[in-house]
Design a protein around this ligand. Structure first.
Ligand SMILES: CC(C)(COP(=O)(O)OP(=O)(O)OC[C@H]1O[C@@H](n2cnc3c(N)ncnc32)[C@H](O)[C@@H]1OP(=O)(O)O)[C@@H](O)C(=O)NCCC(=O)NCCS
Length: 215
């Protein structure tokens, strides 16, 4: 889901202070080394292959620009199929053009999962500047319908922890629609808690979850 924070003003003020060029909606921590993290370096923090419940899965860490056209199509179709209707009915809205730009932004990093048959799912994340620290922001976690409940989503989230720690991030953060109760339970079952910046207003239809990476 798109990144959501309340404190855009503070974030922008800090970016100006640091001389960071803001990319309209999505801020990239250009001054920090994490922005230079190569796909090869990201791959060092994950396992290339994992057996989960007797089935072998292969994982690939890549930048958006390193995805093949087929992978882009698979990622887009899965995201659109899972999220378009739900997002369109929410305050997030859904517009294919901006969503594609967000998903395949130059700073988007992917961990893509495959089994022996093919594409299973992915997570997309970025290293983002926040007013209270540096954040590995998980924009998407999407698994093909027939492959859910096998532990692949959990494995993808687990890979984000060593990546975030290696690159000095304070926490992993994500946004989830309240109506997506299954995903919210999934994240909470896997170590995420309601973030202090998550809006309190009951009419707000999303929540911000986070997992600290530093004590
Ligand atoms: C949410 C999603 C990524 C989870 O991936 P997954 O591979 O199905 O989840 P896993 O099998 O790894 O589940 C890991 C744990 O979370 C729990 N969990 C998973 N989905 C859950 C759900 N809908 N409700 C409650 N718990 C859930 C599982 O019980 C499991 O716990 P266990 O290890 O104790 O058995 C996947 O269901 C999906 O792609 N959903 C549709 C897209 C979506 O909504 N993405 C999130 C956008 S914010």
């Amino acid at each position: 889901m798109p990144r959501r924070r309340l404190s855009d003003k503070i974030r922008q003020a800090r970016a100006v202070e640091w001389g960071i060029l803001l990319d309209t909606q999505y801020t990239v921590n250009t001054y920090a080394t994490c922005a230079q993290a190569t796909a090869e370096q990201l791959a060092e923090s994950i396992l290339p292959s994992v057996v989960i419940r007797g089935q072998q899965f292969v994982f690939r860490a890549v930048y958006a620009s390193q995805l093949s056209n087929d992978e882009r199509d698979l990622i887009w179709n899965l995201t659109e199929g899972n999220m378009a209707d739900m997002s369109a009915a929410s305050s997030m809205g859904w517009a294919s053009g901006p969503k594609k730009r967000e998903l395949f932004h130059a700073q988007s990093r992917f961990i893509v999962a495959y089994n022996a048959i093919g594409f299973v799912g992915f997570t997309m994340f970025r290293f983002d500047v926040e007013d209270d620290g540096d954040v590995l922001y998980c924009y998407e976690a999407q698994i093909e319908e027939g492959m859910r409940g096998l532990g692949v989503g959990k494995q993808l989230l687990e890979f984000l922890v060593p990546i975030g720690k290696r690159w000095g991030m304070d926490c992993i953060m994500l946004t989830v629609l309240k109506v997506n109760a299954g995903a919210s339970r999934f994240y909470k079952a896997n170590g995420f808690k309601l973030d202090e910046y998550s809006p309190d207003e009951p009419e707000c239809d999303y929540e911000i979850l986070s997992m600290p990476l530093k004590q």
